[in-house]
Design a protein around this ligand. Structure first.
Ligand code: NAP
Length: 324
């Protein structure tokens, strides 16, 4: 089968398209034919050796997929060949077939297309875990989302709106902000043109921001915390800007606020049943049109490097998918 392989840490251009043997389903696993694999920003890090997960070489990028079960391993009773499924693999989805443990996948109905299904597990799963479980976002609260047109950012905008929050999208270009508004944001802040603290003071009003969704880090996190309301919650989701910021702890004291870590990958391992029910609900919302799961572009497998470069270059709104 064809696979896009990372044979040593490097740039997207160092990935190679190769023929490798088909996988065999081990106990508790299925082998699925991958119809579409979702790419995320962390794929740019995993191939560079800059991510917390360091798979053995060679491996494929692609942490999530949708496709059809082809075979099942010993002990698997809940899936059979022909089932349409989606879920996470952590890596190895950007290939024609992948072996995946059954606790990581769910069945999907025929009204959800494979491309959007491949793109939704990680971003909506993360945003849902962050807003519902970690921040416990309440209707009527103000939610600000940094990187609001990106993968997890757009998911947070859409889910925040569904959960009844007033959503402030923050991003670096007016086009990205128009895109976030089209997906449910009530207000928009361009942090490339305007100082983030000043803009959030203006848009957030006297009360301030109840919940901050921060997948960007770098120079934005400290002004974001300074913009929180009394007893606000700052969600630490990621560091797409590169630098991991340090925070003066007096801010946390003065605002009575909480700084909450969001680690979707650990949560799904700790709470497998909650993961399955959340992802099932999100897949139905996507099939019903409540969530867009916007896929900006579908790339052939051989063009995975171009897709990863677009993510690293900050050019993507929504998600990118590869089709093996
Ligand atoms: N904690 C978890 O469980 C979890 C789960 C999934 C993802 N993440 C993390 O969340 C972050 C975002 O992931 P994603 O897949 O949503 O990424 P994405 O689609 O590429 O979005 C990232 C956004 O960050 C902003 N950004 C600012 N500086 C950037 C830079 N130097 N390079 C690239 N983007 C930059 C961009 O928006 P602007 O141009 O508008 O600033 C971009 O839209 C990553 O750090 C990822 O590892 C964490």
């Amino acid at each position: 089968m064809k696979a896009i392989l990372c044979k040593s840490y490097g740039t997207p251009d160092e990935l190679v398209l190769a023929d490798i043997p088909d996988p065999v389903a081990g106990p508790g696993e299925v082998v699925a034919k991958v119809a579409a694999a979702g790419l995320n920003f962390f794929d740019t890090l995993i191939i560079a050796g800059k991510y917390q997960t360091k798979p053995a070489f060679p491996f494929s990028p692609g942490g999530e997929f949708a496709g059809t079960v082809e075979s099942v391993g010993a002990g698997v009773t809940e899936f059979k060949p022909g089932d349409r499924v989606m879920g996470y693999t952590n890596y190895n989805a950007a290939r024609e077939r992948t072996a995946v443990p059954v606790e990581q996948i769910v069945k999907i109905s025929s009204d959800l297309d494979f491309e959007r299904a491949a793109a939704l597990t990680i971003i909506y799963g993360t945003a849902y875990h962050a807003l519902a479980h970690r921040a416990q976002l309440r209707p009527g609260e103000t939610l600000a989302v940094l990187g609001a047109s990106g993968g997890v950012g757009l998911a947070a905008v859409e889910l925040g709106r569904i959960m009844g929050a007033r959503v402030i999208a923050c991003a670096s270009t007016d086009d990205k902000l128009a895109f976030a508004r089209a997906h449910g944001a009530h207000e928009a802040v361009n942090y490339d043109k305007e100082n983030l603290r000043e803009a959030l003071k203006r848009v957030g009003g006297e009360h301030g921001i109840d919940v901050m969704f921060d997948p960007v880090g770098g120079p934005y996190s400290e002004p974001a915390v300074r913009s929180l309301a009394w007893e606000g919650r700052h969600l630490v989701v990621g560091f797409a800007a590169g630098d991991i910021p340090k925070l003066p702890l007096n801010l946390v004291l003065l605002k009575g606020c909480a700084v909450l870590g969001v680690f979707w990958g650990q949560w799904v391992r700790h709470d497998k049943d909650a993961y399955k029910s959340a992802i099932d609900r999100l897949a139905h919302w996507c099939a019903d049109g409540k969530l867009s799961c916007h896929v900006q572009q579908v790339y052939p497998l051989a063009e995975t490097p171009a897709a990863l470069k677009a993510l690293a270059d900050r050019k993507v709104m929504g998600k990118l998918v590869v089709r093996p």
